[in-house]
Write a protein that binds this ligand. Structure first.
Ligand code: C5P
Length: 227
């Protein structure tokens, strides 16, 4: 059983989401997908049809959007203004726009506050939560007792993403997926507010040659060692 927060950060395609969900389910803990929250706000911005470069308007749309993120590891749900947007937020339009929207400081302020509220409630109710994102160990929960930063070679990450895409019926090529992964990494790592990076006290786990059971086993070992 998990007490407290496990912070899981890293770029996309490291197997982070699947591993985080399985880790939480195995430990009887809650699970928070913070990327889904940035994606839902991005969907609201796209629907509003505003200029992504107009950060003031983007922030206004974000603060008017009602994003509700569930914490059940077996059924992670995302609602925007009352409607289930779980599938739509994984589409190419949102994936293309999510990094610039996430780089707007006012958007991060809103979502970090909401994430902290959800985490506090989950700790109250369940005692433990696995939180995945880009800035969990550095900004959202800097005092988390266990922080893990997942990495993997860009090619391995592109291959994982391409597999996920075809499993969900989305067309993509490996080249395009690799380009997308690298573009998003570069954007997320170079933004001014809470850029993607490992916290100084994070354990770095390279998943290039690990499958999901292997990643899960490594994470369970870390939880054991830090519990
Ligand atoms: O995890 P996922 O790939 O769904 O995240 C989508 C995007 O949301 C990331 O590329 C990043 O721009 C943003 N994000 C963030 N901070 C987080 C989680 C996600 O900026 N904690």
């Amino acid at each position: 059983e998990l007490r407290g927060v496990v912070a899981l950060d890293g770029p996309s395609g490291t197997g982070k989401s699947s591993a985080a969900r399985r880790l939480a389910a195995t430990l009887g803990a809650r699970y928070l997908d913070t990327g889904a929250m940035y994606r839902a706000v991005t969907l609201a911005v796209l629907r509003a049809g505003v200029d992504l470069a107009d950060t003031g308007v983007v922030a206004d749309v974000a603060s008017a959007a009602l994003v509700v993120q569930g914490t059940d590891p077996d059924r992670s749900t995302t609602h925007l203004d009352g409607a289930d947007v779980g599938a739509e937020i994984r589409g190419p339009e949102v994936t293309l726009a999510v990094s610039p929207v996430s780089a707007v400081p006012a958007v991060r302020e809103l979502l970090v506050a909401e994430q902290r509220r959800i985490i506090a409630q989950a700790l109250d109710e369940a005692g433990g939560i696995v939180v995945e994102g880009r800035d969990i160990g550095t900004a959202v929960v800097p005092d988390a007792p266990l922080k893990v930063y997942l990495t993997a070679d860009a090619e391995a990450r592109a291959q994982r993403r391409a597999k996920q895409d075809s499993a969900s019926g989305r067309e993509s090529t490996l080249d395009a997926t690799l380009a997308d992964v690298q573009r998003r990494d570069a954007y997320d790592s170079s933004r001014a507010v809470s850029p993607l990076r490992a916290a100084e006290d994070a354990v770095v786990l390279d998943t290039t040659s690990l499958d999901l059971p292997g990643t899960l086993a490594a994470l369970l070992d870390l939880v054991d060692a830090h519990g």
